[in-house]
Design a protein around this ligand. Structure first.
Ligand SMILES: *[C@@H]1O[C@H](CO)[C@@H](O)[C@H](O)[C@H]1NC(C)=O
Ligand SMILES: *[C@@H]1O[C@H](CO)[C@@H](O)[C@H](O)[C@H]1NC(C)=O
Ligand SMILES: *[C@@H]1O[C@H](CO)[C@@H](O)[C@H](O)[C@H]1NC(C)=O
Ligand SMILES: *[C@@H]1O[C@H](CO)[C@@H](O)[C@H](O)[C@H]1NC(C)=O
Ligand SMILES: *[C@@H]1O[C@H](CO)[C@@H](O)[C@H](O)[C@H]1NC(C)=O
Ligand SMILES: *[C@@H]1O[C@H](CO)[C@@H](O)[C@H](O)[C@H]1NC(C)=O
Length: 216
């Protein structure tokens, strides 16, 4: 951002803070977050930005074979018992309450996240050993939340998200929506994953980014 642009932005940000202050009263000033730059999408309605978790899976010899740092939000439609209709709910995954499992072999790697025994997410990555490209091809969601008439379960094994090259991690810091079906999707934030070809326990510093169009 140029200095003039920055000055305008700071001016606008201050203006927004004052406008908010006038509406909310002085008590809220300290908790008023710095507004994001005007070009980004307006604040997400729902539970706010989720916290980033650091998840990893080990292979049978105890070596880390998949790493995923990401913040996750689950968006599902289900039948509400109390309202007797389909409702939409957006819930953040709390990394502090999440346990990790999974498995890796040569051409596939799976990360399973369990939160509070009531939510299970599974991410299946596939490596094409001819092209040495990987992608997220399967997601499944199981949710047993209060007010559901039935447990929610959904999966899609025909997905094509998070494409990367072997030897690279995949990074997407901005929000990305992974649609699973018409009833469910996951919003990811601050995502940095590597499902194959890790050397040691750190993510490769070469990455494919979500805004880079990859040609196969
Ligand atoms: C686990 O990963 C390491 C490093 O990639 C590899 O040398 C080892 O053979 C793998 N073990 C199994 C059981 O796949
Ligand atoms: C949740 O999914 C619905 C349907 O796809 C969509 O209209 C809504 O904007 C989503 N909400 C969030 C917070 O992602
Ligand atoms: C997770 O735990 C840490 C350390 O106890 C705490 O600072 C943080 O607020 C917790 N995050 C959430 C989303 O509960
Ligand atoms: C793997 O990649 C090769 C070369 O790009 C392609 O021809 C082949 O169809 C791919 N295989 C699968 C299972 O997608
Ligand atoms: C699974 O994902 C594919 C690719 O995004 C989509 O075309 C298909 O409709 C999805 N399946 C279901 C059951 O929603
Ligand atoms: C979405 O949910 C509705 C009602 O719960 C169900 O009838 C429908 O089959 C679901 N669609 C998909 C693609 O799972």
């Amino acid at each position: 951002m140029s200095q003039i642009g920055m000055a305008l932005y700071v001016g606008l940000a201050l203006h927004l803070i004052f406008a908010t202050t006038l509406h909310q009263g002085a008590a809220d000033v300290l908790s008023t977050p710095v507004p994001s730059p005007p070009t980004t999408t307006p604040a997400h309605k729902g539970p706010g930005i989720p916290a980033q978790g650091h998840y990893s899976v080990k292979n049978d010899s105890g070596t880390i074979c998949l790493k995923a740092n990401m913040a996750l939000q689950i968006n599902i439609s289900f039948h509400s018992a109390s309202l007797n209709k389909i409702v939409q709910k957006v819930v953040n995954l709390n990394p502090n309450e999440t346990t990790t499992s999974g498995s890796c072999d040569k051409e596939s790697a799976t990360l399973i996240l369990n939160a509070g025994q009531k939510t299970e997410l599974s991410f299946k990555f596939t490596l094409n050993t001819t092209s040495n490209k990987y992608y997220l091809n399967g997601v499944s969601i199981l949710a047993i939340w209060s007010d559901m008439t039935d447990q929610f379960s959904d999966h899609n094994d025909s997905l094509d998200y998070l494409r990367g090259s072997l030897g690279f991690s995949y990074m997407c810091r901005s929000e990305q929506t992974l649609v699973v079906s018409q009833n469910s999707s996951l919003n990811t934030f601050l995502l940095h994953v590597q499902p194959f070809g890790l050397s040691g326990d750190t993510l490769d510093l070469h990455w494919n980014a979500c805004w880079m169009k990859m040609t196969w």
